[in-house]
Write a protein that binds this ligand. Structure first.
Ligand code: HEM
Length: 536
């Protein structure tokens, strides 16, 4: 590279974790691996994450691993569990915290190295934070608050790269798996990892329900690999933008969303397969176990009832108390967001106004911290902070592609080209006036059938996504809203009709681990998805 001028784009450094906020143009190629998206495993790493990180770049992580192993062995319990902690449980959790306090001043935690290793190992420190935090009994807490063990250097560095010091979806799902039968590691018909051959590495509760909860998401990620591949093919065809491209894109969209697809393993489109897998949550994850034992471990600052305290923060004046720390949520999955962006649905489903937070709870403007992404960001933008950096870049890239050549614009342009207005009225002339910024190539003429087929395939894919969200709402109802309502109104008979709870009055707004007022938020996202359907 020495012969290139320093201002040549190939000479520009690739943005590193530390340069996240630096104004450097990302000149990396558009190859999938630059975004840590593997053609066989998508957002999951192609190889099983290392189970025990001993050292990385000359730094020893064995002590951190030991502390985590000790936390698992101590069978730590959530402090505000039903009936509270027993004295023995309290003693065990305090003993472990003391070990952490004594050890951490001597342990170096380098989040930069950790994040570079993220494709092979989920972050240790965030999982430790949650283990430190949630078993803390109220009467032992300073100022009756939670406390976190994130040390000074970790907080400084993490805030610079806008990564979360608490647990994220990628820690729980993307980098928290191993293979059950290693002789059968790639037996999937699609040449990816067999979704049924996965096991979970670390859980908080050691319950099969918690493992099943993570594995369901992991399996959905693996099904989604084929969706990513169709997106890639569609983007290639969008670049061509002629009549053949329109027909090919129609085929790809049918594979994505149709209910009757030849060659599909389930007879459903890929989004339908993802929905089927989502519904299998009920097969191995018990709603009551989830609500009472698992979910409390996922609380973030914005879904906690108690304020968090960051031990040691006062020892470094450069540190600011984080205000944006949501708990892990599949809302942090890049896959569903990618589908939203690709289909051009996100402007409806995740509009800027859809923050997931009520006006009552949002921080007044003059008290807002100076963050890269402001408090009033949409849920989608906020959740991107919790994604691995390359995946976040992938979504940004997809969004940038949309401003140049969007699938949704192609549907409108193909209809216009065929003389059909999106409201269904055929124009008197079938001649085409291709505007200079049309998604179609200048000499392309799209006939009526092709345009209508494209419209139908597009709408079907959007409706498949809406249907996935319908099922998700039912899952959330079964796993959170129902148990919460039952807990609150235990004297009343459990209501059979799940949808009832979504509409029930008098039930205080429940918060998701992403900090949203979940019932209102999820319905708004689902309805927004439906609004993206283009009327034929
Ligand atoms: C027991 C299972 C599940 C529960 C209880 C649950 C709960 C929630 C909640 C409460 C939210 C609102 C955001 C927040 O505050 O966290 C949410 C959002 C979300 N969840 Fe789940 N979830 C579950 C499983 C899944 C799975 C397996 C997926 C993968 C497809 C998923 C995908 C999403 C997405 C994409 C969002 C963002 C909203 C949207 O775009 O529709 N969830 N989830």
């Amino acid at each position: 590279m020495e012969y290139l001028d320093t201002s040549h784009f190939l000479s520009l450094p690739r943005p590193s974790a530390g340069d996240f906020h630096a104004p450097i143009v990302d000149t990396t190629t558009l190859a999938a691996h630059d975004f840590d998206v593997d053609p066989r495993t998508g957002f999951m790493p192609p190889h099983p994450p290392v189970e025990r990180l001993l050292s990385l770049e000359g730094q020893n992580y064995e002590h951190w691993e030991d502390l985590l192993t000790q936390a698992c062995a101590a069978d730590l319990q959530i402090a505000d569990k039903e009936g509270g902690l027993t004295l023995e449980e309290e003693r065990r959790s305090e003993q472990w915290r003391t070990t952490v306090r004594m050890a951490t001043p001597h342990l170096i935690y380098n989040p930069f190295a950790q994040i570079r290793a993220s494709t092979s190992k989920g972050s240790l420190c965030p999982r430790m934070d949650n283990a430190f935090l949630h078993p803390y009994p109220a009467h032992l807490l300073p100022r009756n608050s939670h406390s976190s063990t994130c040390n000074a250097s970790a907080l400084t560095s993490l805030s610079r790269i806008a990564a979360s010091p608490v647990l994220t979806y990628s820690d729980d799902v993307l980098y928290n798996w191993g293979i059950i039968d290693t002789t059968n590691a790639s037996s999937s018909p699609f040449g990816t990892i067999d979704p049924q051959n996965l096991r979970v590495l670390t859980t908080f509760t050691s319950t099969p329900s918690e493992s099943h909860f993570y594995l369901t998401s992991a399996r959905i990620e693996l099904i989604g690999v084929r969706a990513l591949s169709l997106m890639q093919s569609t983007l290639d065809e969008l670049f061509v933008g002629d009549a053949i491209a329109v027909r090919r894109i129609t085929k790809y969209l049918n594979q994505l969303g149709s209910t009757d697809v030849s060659g599909s393993t389930s007879g459903r489109g890929i989004i339908g397969e993802m929905e089927t897998e989502l519904n299998k949550m009920t097969v191995g994850c018990d709603p009551q176990v989830f609500y009472e034992q698992i979910r409390p471990w996922f609380r973030g600052i914005d879904s906690s009832e108690r304020r968090w305290i960051f031990e040691g923060i006062e020892m470094d004046e450069r540190l600011e108390e984080p205000t944006e720390l949501s708990g892990p949520s599949a809302g942090q999955s890049s896959l569903i967001h990618a589908l939203d962006v690709f289909l051009g649905v996100e402007q409806y489903s995740h509009s800027r106004t859809l923050t997931g937070r009520s006006s009552i709870t949002s921080t007044p403007e003059d008290e807002r911290p100076n963050e890269a992404i402001p408090e009033a960001s949409s849920f989608l933008s906020r959740m991107q902070l919790y994604m691995p950096r390359h995946h976040r870049n992938f979504l940004t890239h997809l969004q940038n592609q949309n401003t140049k050549r969007s699938l949704r614009a192609l549907v409108f342009d193909a209809l216009a080209s065929a003389g059909i207005s999106p409201t269904g009225t055929a124009s008197s002339s079938t001649s085409i006036t291709v505007s200079s910024n049309s998604s179609l190539s200048p000499s392309s003429i799209i006939d009526t059938d092709d345009a209508l087929n494209l419209l139908s395939a597009y709408n079907t894919a959007v409706m498949a996504l809406k249907k996935l969200r319908d099922s998700h709402i039912l899952i959330v109802t079964r796993y959170i809203i129902g148990p919460a309502a039952r807990a609150k109104r235990s004297q009343q008979q459990a209501q059979q009709d799940d949808e009832f709870y979504m509409n029930a009055e008098g039930v205080a707004p429940l918060r998701g681990s992403g900090g949203t007022e979940l019932a209102h938020f999820l319905k708004a996202v689902r309805d927004g998805t439906k609004d993206a359907v283009i009327a034929p």
